[in-house]
Design a protein around this ligand. Structure first.
Ligand SMILES: Nc1ncnc2c1ncn2[C@@H]1O[C@H](COP(=O)(O)OP(=O)(O)OP(=O)(O)O)[C@@H](O)[C@H]1O
Length: 333
């Protein structure tokens, strides 16, 4: 069996388009880590059914923003709302249950669980059958399980993963693993999908395929997408709206063309990275793609099991599960 990500279009006809998702609003968000302001009064909104990118040079605060939105970090001040619901301070599972699913940059897919099992993990929060009924294989439990399997297969077909359903997810090439991770998130039936560097470390063919899949997620499923991505070519092609951060502050916001022509944005990219100014600026124009992720495994090899979420995301000096205090960022649980 060939384990290549095909460049062919995804089957976009199998899933029904649900009603428009609610607006995701980030309002005056500030996050401080022991003396360092990682986010400084940042506001933006992800409009229903849009693709919104957050970009910025290294250390700009993109991951911090993502981690607050998904409940991994707690904001020092400000708020995050999904429609009328306040997400600020909720635990990651609660935020996921309200319809905000995320993918992780560092994959941790098992060598033992199949693609089908991995994707079914995303159905967990939607399962109504109790432990006992499931254990006794009561008819209601069997019916529910069948429904989840059917939906999982539909999503696998949408992503072009059907033929890998019985394959251990962890042995697949990196590009396919990223699609499985996306499949797991889609199985949660999210209204908003947070994608953390969805194409980092991929081959050009894989990048094109996944970019097409992300566009199809918006077009065919009506899901809002918020992505953090370094590949400016893809960001500029995919995103409806771009928010640019630099040193924790929002320095530009708008459609890709406007952002691309913003002198402040060019300055931010040119003024960072020490000796890498030229490649950063070129990356921003979206022409050649000089930036590759040196830590990513080569295509055709499984990614190392790094564990997710990223260990480095835990605020220094506080336990992973510890609540924050003193007005500084901390994990929410
Ligand atoms: N857990 C933490 N403890 C202390 N400082 C942190 C922590 N996480 C992030 N920071 C700091 O906050 C700032 C923003 O970091 P963040 O990772 O959000 O930036 P980024 O834009 O995602 O960068 P990159 O593109 O390199 O991933 C940086 O100065 C970083 O060192």
């Amino acid at each position: 069996m060939s384990h290549e990500v095909s460049g062919t279009p995804t089957d976009t006809t199998v899933l029904d388009t649900p009603p428009a998702p609610p607006r995701l609003e980030v309002i005056d968000l500030t996050v401080r880590f022991a003396g360092l302001t990682a986010l400084d009064g940042v506001s933006f909104a992800v409009e229903p059914g849009s693709i919104h990118a957050v970009i910025g040079p290294n250390g700009a605060g993109k991951s911090t923003c993502f981690n607050v939105l998904s409940g991994v970090y707690r904001a020092t001040s400000g708020s995050v709302r999904l429609g009328e619901r306040e997400l600020t301070g909720l635990a990651p599972e609660r935020i996921a249950a309200l319809g905000v699913a995320r993918t992780f940059q560092n994959l941790a897919l098992s060598d033992h669980a199949t693609v089908a099992d991995t994707m079914l993990l995303g159905r967990h929060r939607l399962t109504r059958t109790g432990f006992l009924a499931a254990g006794l294989r009561l008819p209601s439990a069997v019916r529910e399980e069948a429904r989840h399997h059917e939906r999982m297969r539909e999503i696998a077909a949408f992503l072009g993963l059907e033929r890998y359903l019985g394959v251990p997810a962890g042995i697949l090439p990196y590009g396919l693993q990223k699609l499985v991770e996306l499949g797991r998130a889609l199985c949660m039936e999210p209204e908003v999908l947070l994608l953390d560097e969805p194409i980092a470390g991929m081959t050009p063919t894989e990048r094109r395929h996944v970019a097409g899949v992300i566009a199809a997620v918006r077009e065919n499923l009506g899901v809002s997408v918020l992505l953090v991505e370094h590949d400016m070519g893809v960001v500029m092609r995919l995103a409806d709206t771009v928010t640019v951060l630099d040193f924790g502050r929002r320095i530009a916001h708008g459609d890709p063309e406007r952002v691309q022509n913003d002198p402040e944005v060019a300055r931010a990219y040119l003024g960072t990275n020490g000796g890498a100014e030229t490649s950063s600026a070129t990356a921003f124009t979206g022409t050649p793609e000089p930036k590759t992720d040196p830590t990513a495994p080569p295509a055709g090899h499984p990614a190392p099991d790094t564990g997710a979420p990223e260990a480095s995301d835990t605020p220094e000096g506080s336990p992973p599960d510890g609540p924050s205090d003193g007005g500084e960022a901390g994990a929410t649980r």
